[in-house]
Design a protein around this ligand. Structure first.
Ligand code: ASP
Length: 462
């Protein structure tokens, strides 16, 4: 297949053209034209992804769980998943803290810049602080209460209730295990068939991805710039060190930490992994929402990485809502940066508090654009830094949001791969390739490579 026919190249082209057009539109003052004639295609693309997310989670999780032979396996996979999720988030937050303490970007911000940023974003900062206050007032067990819906349609009617949908699907799947196979054969076939149909619909939606990404990126650039690109560039210059630290941390997490985890905890080759999830990362980048990206993540992990239905249908929706490594890392960097800029020293206790609160806050962060900065307020309050300090970083938050969402979805895919590998549920495309190569060699050298090849398991890639 020629390279330009491959989906991820088409999306990259859409992205580059979107950036070029966005900058041109911002410079030429075409903001209104872009909002009226280009951005709607981005909204349609996101809506389509959101539209398919709930049915996808429901059907694939019911299919996955009901095909389990015993429930102990489900609790094992669940326990493992949550543990690894907390582990990767803790690594990300600690990494963020290490980099921000090393580089000290807060000490580079001149006093007058600090003053003007605080004045400009004061209003927005207090709105965010108000939203965080609401989140904080909820008791510690509210997360559990929120998971259990009182009405099926209520749960299915709002994509923010994804955990409720996971709960309903688990309940349904577990119920189906209790009934004899014969009685539920029709129900099972129904969910399996519907699941197949939905996966094909995701494929169809992805045909629109290059256009969707183009529209989203150009719309984002023009709305950030609000027809004055110079102002944004000035801001990026002033907060350059801060942005560089966040981006550096995210890059290390995405390109070093995850590959190391994959290398030691799964047989997945890195090229298969990154080639497989490239469209996921690109959609995450342009939508800034791991929730909207979920259908793409599930489809690619299953079809390209070979993660089983059972694992992907459980681990990925949970990850999209709970596992936000990029967000946790960014929250740690931002909290310390704000403290540094305001001239406040953070001792070891405060830094440890950041690790704990950032891990919890990232779990509580909704999988939508801009949610990370709201939970940041809670971290700031926990370490005694004035929450109005978020005014300092609001101006560049949208750009960093795009990047941290890429890390968030990469983390989810990594954990899904690792859990699948540990359960023997990774259909290994590349291992099968290796096996074929060994078989081929064996015909020449007459070695026992065929036997060796069989060792890799027999499942054929799709
Ligand atoms: N936009 C992020 C996500 O959906 C959350 C955040 O950090 O704001 O993953």
């Amino acid at each position: 297949m020629p390279w330009y026919r491959k989906l991820h190249w088409q999306i990259i082209i859409g992205l580059i053209l979107g950036i070029l057009y966005g900058v041109l539109a911002a410079v030429s003052g075409w903001g209104t034209f872009t909002a009226h004639w280009i951005s709607p295609f981005g909204t349609i693309f996101i809506n389509l992804l959101k539209l398919i997310a709930v049915p996808l989670v429901l059907t694939s999780l019911v299919t996955g769980v009901s095909s389990l032979s015993d429930l102990r396996k489900l609790s094992r996979i669940g326990g493992k998943t949550i543990l690894i999720y907390i582990g990767t988030t803790t690594i990300a937050v600690t990494l963020g803290l290490a980099v921000v303490n090393l580089v000290q970007p807060g000490s580079q911000v001149p006093a007058e810049m600090r003053q003007s940023l605080q004045e400009t974003y004061q209003q927005d900062a207090s709105t965010h602080a108000g939203q965080a206050e609401e989140a904080k007032e909820r008791g510690p067990l509210q997360l559990l209460v929120d998971m259990v819906p009182e009405n099926f349609f209520g749960a299915a009617s709002d994509n923010r209730n994804m955990l409720q949908m996971v709960f309903v699907a688990l309940l349904l799947g577990v119920g189906m295990i209790q009934v004899s196979r014969k009685r539920i054969a029709v129900v099972l076939e129904f969910f399996k068939g519907l699941n197949e149909v939905i996966i094909r619909i995701v494929d169809l939606i992805m045909l629109m991805a290059p256009l969707g990404v183009f529209a989203l990126i150009s719309g984002t650039i023009t709305s950030i710039a609000q027809d004055s690109l110079m102002q944004v560039l000035d801001l990026l210059g002033a907060l350059g060190y801060y942005c560089a630290v966040v981006i550096g941390g995210l890059l290390i997490q995405t390109l070093v930490v995850y590959p190391l985890i994959l290398k030691f905890m799964s047989p997945m080759s890195l090229s298969t992994f990154f080639r497989g999830i490239a469209p996921v990362q690109l959609v995450a980048f342009s939508t800034s929402s791991s929730g909207a990206t979920l259908p793409v993540t599930m489809e690619r992990c299953k079809e390209k990485l070979g993660v089983s239905e059972e694992v992907s249908s459980f681990v990925l929706p949970l990850g999209a809502t709970m596992n936000m490594d990029g967000t946790g890392l960014y929250q740690a960097v931002a909290a310390v940066f704000i403290a540094q800029t305001l001239g406040m020293e953070l001792g070891i206790t405060a830094q440890l508090t950041i690790v704990l609160t950032a891990v919890l806050a990232s779990i509580g962060t909704a999988a939508v654009p801009g949610a990370g900065i709201i939970m940041l307020v809670i971290i700031l309050e926990a370490i005694g830094v004035p929450s109005a300090g978020i005014a300092l970083i609001l101006g560049v938050d949208r750009i960093l949001d795009m990047l941290r969402t890429v890390t968030n979805v990469t983390g989810d895919a990594t954990v899904a791969t690792v859990v699948a590998a540990s359960e023997g549920q990774l259909r290994q495309a590349d291992l099968n390739e290796k096996k074929d190569r060994i078989r081929l060699q064996s015909t020449f050298v007459g070695s026992r490579a065929e036997l060796l090849g069989d060792h890799f398991g027999e499942d054929e890639p799709k």
